[in-house]
Ligand binder design. Structure first.
Ligand code: IMP
Length: 500
């Protein structure tokens, strides 16, 4: 018989990482005492709109930080960049949000060092990483050690022997410098071109400047861990979370990234370096299995993703993929100057309709301004993800944007979803795992009746147009998960409990 009393619920992304999880966590966190993170690090970006309308973005910290009564936990499954965490805490303080003594960072978490960050910035472009050194830190964790010594520097390692870590990082910098001179030369030049302080320098002077910065960052890295320790933010007891749960505390786990870019279930190499499903998030938060509670998945009514990689059913297919990756970026301002939404909506070309949907839905990356690639909601994949990850309930965000289809001539204004896949002429009932198969997949669309009304002002889901209600019910039926809320706009009050 389980002695468990508290429980740990979890919210995860079911798309490609920009489903609007932050707002769901923000709204639900009120009902919990502890908010935690169990995967990823500063690569996440959860935008929260505060009561007074101020927008803040949290990266490594749990979104629950905005509530002064919540304890915060960063678990052993996360990777922690101590410099960035302190900078984030300072930013929050500038917004009158104090972390105080609420923060607990597991000393078992792996650190992201300044060298990881630099290496990611040099080499991450092919995947389109966020440049936070996430892959390098997780690589070091599973590699454990190499000829120079530990590759997995956990917070506890930095704390227990800072001088040894400093020496090791200096040695690692010497090795990276040789690699820059020998194999990363071209990448280094590209990197320098993008840095304001380096772009005018010759490669030799640029390398000197980078060296100076790296050595100074190594000092800050070690100092930041010491600051965290002095503030009482480092949790030495790996059983802390379970002891809180045993006392009956309610815990909310906040998944970072999403199942579409999960290191196991996503399509390589276009993935992040951690598992983003609920099991991994809770294990990474050091929660024992008997405390695991319910799992909520968040999905957008029109799918979106940024960066490269196959995206089944994308409006405009590979033409759209190339277009969205163009340099300079065809962002919000460029598209507004270039296109007329009304003209695009009259087009029979899905690429043009996709651009119209992006402009109407304001689908541009929050940090980079990159245009997000759009596709119909992929119910075929969603069914599988719900089953694999044991999703109990689903939140559908941006339901209001489905009304945009009603203005389009394509599909007679009805709402497309991906209902099935064909591969090599055969219907398949699974999500292929390789890039080449996913690029060959032909998606079978199913059309749902359009709704014309702007639903963003509706405050009760029972008042939604019948077609919108039927759409939501169809998703529940097909995935066998219940729907717990729908989003009808970006505001705090536009996330409606599903009561229809
Ligand atoms: P990394 O996690 O920085 O290594 O980036 C790997 C891939 O995951 C890139 O395509 C990133 O754009 C994507 N990614 C990482 N974190 C997020 C996130 O929080 N939201 C959306 N995409 C993300």
């Amino acid at each position: 018989m389980s002695l468990a009393r508290g429980s740990a619920d979890c919210i995860v992304g079911l798309g490609w990482g920009d489903e609007g999880k932050g707002r769901v966590v923000h709204k639900r966190a009120r009902g919990y005492e502890i908010c935690g993170r169990g995967n990823g690090g500063s690569n996440a970006g959860h935008t929260l709109v505060l009561k007074d309308g101020r927008k803040i973005v949290v990266h490594a910290l749990p979104s629950g930080v905005v509530y002064p009564d919540k304890e915060l936990y960063i678990g052993s499954g996360c990777v922690v960049n101590p410099i960035k965490v302190l900078a984030e805490i300072a930013d929050l303080r500038a917004n009158d949000i104090e972390v105080g003594d609420r923060l607990h960072i597991s000393v078992l978490a792996t650190t992201v060092t300044p060298l990881h960050v630099l290496e990611d910035k040099l080499t991450g472009a092919a995947i389109g990483t966020t440049g936070n050194g996430i892959g390098q830190a997780y690589t070091g964790k599973v590699m454990r050690s190499d000829e120079l010594g530990l590759t997995n520097l956990r917070v506890s390692d930095v704390l227990s022997d800072p001088q040894r870590v400093k020496n090791l990082l200096h040695q690692r910098w010497s090795a990276l410098k040789i690699a820059i001179l020998e194999k990363y030369q071209a990448l280094f030049i590209l990197y320098c071109r993008k840095q304001e302080s380096l772009k005018e320098l010759s490669p030799d002077f640029a390398l000197e400047a980078v060296e100076k910065q790296v050595l100074s960052d190594i000092d800050s890295f070690i100092e930041s861990v010491k600051v965290m320790s002095r503030q009482g933010w480092l949790e030495r007891n790996a059983g802390w979370m379970n002891s809180q749960l045993a006392k009956g505390k309610r815990v909310l786990g906040e998944g970072a990234q999403a199942i579409g870019i999960d290191v196991t279930y996503g399509v390589h190499p276009y993935v992040t370096s951690s598992n983003a499903g609920p099991g991994a998030v809770l294990v990474g938060m050091d929660v024992a299995p008997q405390f695991m509670g319910t799992v909520t998945g968040v999905i957008k009514a029109i799918a979106s993703r940024v960066g490269n990689g196959p995206f089944v059913g994308e409006f405009g297919g590979e033409e759209s993929e190339k277009y969205c990756a163009a340099d300079p970026v065809p962002g919000r301002v460029v598209e507004q100057a270039r296109y007329q939404i009304a003209t695009l909506l009259r087009s029979k070309n899905p690429m043009e309709v996709g651009i119209a949907l992006r402009m109407l839905g304001d689908e541009y990356g929050a940090t980079t301004g990159r245009p997000r690639r759009l596709a119909p909601l992929n119910v075929h994949k969603l069914q599988q993800d719900v089953a694999i990850h044991g999703i109990d309930d689903i939140v559908i965000t941006k339901l209001d944007r489905l009304a945009d289809f009603s203005g389009a001539e394509l599909w007679h204004g009805d709402i497309p979803v991906i209902a099935g896949y064909e591969l090599g002429g055969e219907e398949i009932d699974y999500e292929p795992t390789t890039e080449s198969e996913l690029r060959q997949v032909v998606s079978r669309l199913e059309l749902h009746p359009r709704f014309l009304k702007d639903i963003s002002g509706i405050t009760n889901s029972a008042d939604l147009p019948l077609q919108a209600q039927a759409f939501v019910r169809a998703i529940a039926e097909k995935t066998r998960a219940s729907i717990s809320a729908v989003g009808v706009g970006p505001g705090r009050d536009q996330l409606l409990d599903w009561a229809a």
